[in-house]
Design a protein around this ligand. Sequence first.
Ligand code: UDP
Ligand code: MN
Length: 269
Amino acid sequence: SKKKSDDEATELDDIFISIKTTSSFHESRMQLLLDTWISKCRKQTYIFTDASDFSLIEKMPDGHVINTNCPESHYRKSLCCKMSKELDFFIDSNKRWFCHVDDDNYLNTDQLLQLLQKYNHTENWYLGKPSLSHPLEIQSRSREGQKVAFWFATGGAGFCISKALGIAMVPEAGGGKLIKVGDSIRLPDDCTIGYIINHILKVDLTRVDLFHSHLESQFRIQDPKKHITLSYNEQNVASVPGFSLKDDPTRFKSVHCKLYPSEEMCAGL
Ligand code: UDP
Ligand code: MN
């Protein structure tokens, strides 16, 4: 097939969508995503996990489940290890955009595409939602007594990185180097990404308010069509009517039916 030229419009297939998960969430969180938004972008979605699970591979065959062999824990090292594999796979994919989400995010691919079509993937772009109202301040690792301040996009809200920026990150973060950077500043994966992009590479974070993590109130979200990502945490869920709270505690099924009412799963609504 003919190679796509850089001036052609961005399509879904130009996006590398990666989900970070862990083996204990395959049956719960991942199944919900497979039943809902992943069905709209199977070909573009890659699942980064920490165990080889044949029932998950059956649902997402052809190399879409990556066993990172990273440790099964929430510790910084393990999370940076997964993020480092996500970045390496994105670079190898040669796609225009890297978009990361957690396994408790709903991704509205139509809105994501609308966002990315506004930006040029051949320029450096870091798009996401900061959870702090100020830059994160840490002690400099090279100059004692000095402070370093930088912005980062909350991983749990999802964020995107352009191809140009991904390539610029490789000398600092490629081939597992991201884990070393995370170790040296002792911060989680999303902060480490921000440190590399904003502090080392001096690329700004572009704030996109349509990404949402469960650090924000999800109740305020009523029309999922307008948003790029949603999340949930216990009772903090989007205010979207549809299925009962018992059948859809996270509201993701109701969100999915609001976006795609003709889906089979929405027939009873
Ligand atoms: N996660 C992981 N390993 C773990 C625990 C969590 O990779 O041992 C992933 C999880 O699948 C999710 C993300 O890290 O994609 C954030 O986890 P969670 O939502 O449980 O916690 P949060 O940090 O959002 O409170
Ligand atoms: Mn979470």
